[in-house]
Design a protein around this ligand. Structure first.
Ligand code: IMP
Ligand code: MG
Length: 185
């Protein structure tokens, strides 16, 4: 069976992070959280769809009791530049009061998404809030976000793969790559 990369590799300008690099770093992030949150029940608030594989891999490396809430947030509406408005579908039954919350997302870019969601979480008065992202872009933020951990700092380029999409495509790439500016067709 051919790898999912094979069919779309021509759409990538280059591979930024291999599956091995991603998995090693995600395991390190989980080890830090296992130490920091030892003895606690962790209430994870995970942003979909981009966080899908990061969350799945990180949670399976957590040696802690976990509750999981998934949220959908979007500001991009399919392109590569933020619209400045964040839409969040917040489940009605999420009560975070007194919980040790771990907020997870794929990538921190302008900071708008995580700042909007952090404010909503903090308004519910959790016992603690930690925010981790797999990728953090080196750029000026529109809103500052306090991070517990970021897997990788990357340049301000549009990335796809390992959950992240361009126009709904490329989420299932096991690596993270920079899109070829002349592609996809
Ligand atoms: P922010 O609100 O600008 O920080 O954007 C955060 C969200 O935008 C992330 O959760 C991603 O879904 C999306 N995003 C930002 N940069 C990229 C990228 O380079 N590739 C794919 N999605 C991105
Ligand atoms: Mg996202």
């Amino acid at each position: 069976m051919s790898s999912p990369v094979t069919g779309v590799i021509h759409d990538l300008e280059r591979i930024l992070l291999t599956p091995e690099q991603i998995h090693a770093r995600v395991r390190e992030m989980a080890a830090r959280l296992n130490a920091a949150l030892a003895g606690k029940v962790v209430t994870v608030v995970a942003l979909m769809d981009g966080g899908l594989f990061f969350v799945a891999d990180l949670l399976r490396a957590l040696e802690l009791p976990v509750r999981l809430h998934t949220l959908s947030a979007s500001s991009y509406q399919g392109g590569t530049a933020t619209t400045g408005e964040v839409k969040v579908s917040w489940p009605a039954d999420v009560d975070l009061r007194g919980q040790d919350v771990l907020l997870l997302d794929d990538i921190l870019d302008t900071g708008l998404t995580l700042s909007v969601i952090s404010e909503r979480i903090l308004a519910q008065q959790p016992a603690s809030l930690r925010t981790c992202v797999l990728l953090s872009k080196r750029r000026q933020r529109l809103r500052e976000v306090a991070l517990e951990d970021a897997g990788f700092e990357i340049d301000d380029e549009f990335v796809v793969g390992y959950g992240m999409d361009y126009m709904g495509r490329f989420r299932n790439l096991p690596c993270i790559g920079i899109l070829n500016p002349n592609k996809p067709s």
